[in-house]
Design a protein around this ligand. Structure first.
Ligand code: FPP
Length: 263
């Protein structure tokens, strides 16, 4: 057998076992999985590499996890790529992080189209450098008709600020006489958050954070009210299929009661 057919068959087998694993229905699948991709810097440091090498490898992990999420039948995968607080990092790290979406979409959009994945964002993308913003808008446009997994990037995202913005919008409507104070409720607020476009899937069922840190760091604070939280010590660039399945296995065992009692 030639080297090419060996690689081809190995790939085929890998995909087959991946799909088989998930279609066996051994896991409860979250509709919306959100991930705080932490530990890129420490991953690089461990290898005596510059921090940005961790981000580059982390980008490759986003590609792998997108495929896994799609194969698992997840509806929305939100990844925390850049927070409003990340601007205070050293300039060269910020500019590297700003270039990543350009590289990511340059190399990955054809595959996203092939996989029927739609790209979306939450956060204020208007404040991103123009080339980054254009790459993001372009990817969104090219994948707009896709009906499978929504790959949702939190970019220049800050959870407390989005609540403030939604509150201001509602206040403006009240001031203009278009809304009564009594008509401010959870639904009208949720619709005005940047996740509003996700409708019934706006709130993550499962939030995963890598690298051993156990906090939300201003990620989806309103939407996380009833999310299941899963923490793993694995650094994001090392997060692989086994880690993905471990998260799903843990989620499968959770008893979600939403404040109610067990039936
Ligand atoms: C946190 O690790 C990670 C980030 C702030 C950036 C995450 C970005 C990626 C994984 C790449 C995203 C890809 C695209 C396509 C936009 P850290 O730097 O805080 O790690 P540390 O805590 O070990 O220092």
């Amino acid at each position: 057998m030639s080297i090419f057919s060996r690689i081809f068959n190995a790939k085929k087998q890998e995909n087959h076992s991946l799909e088989e694993g998930f279609s066996a229905g051994q896991y409860k699948i979250p509709h919306h999985l959100a991930i705080i991709m932490d530990g890129n810097g420490r991953w690089a440091k461990k290898r005596h590499l510059p921090r940005v090498a961790g981000h580059k490898e982390g980008m490759e992990t986003v590609k792998k996890v997108t495929k896994l999420a799609n194969a698992a039948g997840i509806n929305v995968l939100t990844v925390y790529a850049f927070s409003t607080e990340n601007w205070s990092r050293p300039n060269d790290e910020v500019s590297f992080l700003m270039k990543l979406p350009v590289t990511f979409f340059d190399t990955f959009v054809p595959e996203l189209i092939e996989q029927n994945v739609r790209v979306a964002t939450i956060g204020d993308i208007d404040r991103l450098p123009e080339t980054t913003k254009q790459a993001v808008l372009d990817a969104k446009e090219k994948t707009a008709q896709n009906t499978g997994l929504i790959l949702n990037f939190a970019l220049n995202y800050g959870g407390q600020q989005e609540i403030v913005d939604a509150a201001r919008e509602l206040a403006r409507e009240v001031a203009a006489g278009d809304r009564l104070i009594e008509q401010i409720d959870r639904d009208s607020l949720a619709e005005r958050l940047t996740t509003g476009f996700l409708g019934q899937y706006a709130n993550p069922d499962l939030i995963v954070r890598t690298s051993g840190e156990e906090r939300l760091s201003n990620f989806l604070p309103y939407q996380a009210a009833y999310s299941e939280l899963y923490f793993t010590d694995v650094f994001w660039p090392d997060f692989d299929k086994a880690d993905f399945e471990a998260a799903l296995a843990a989620y499968t065992k959770r008893d979600r009661r939403f404040g109610n009692v067990k039936a």
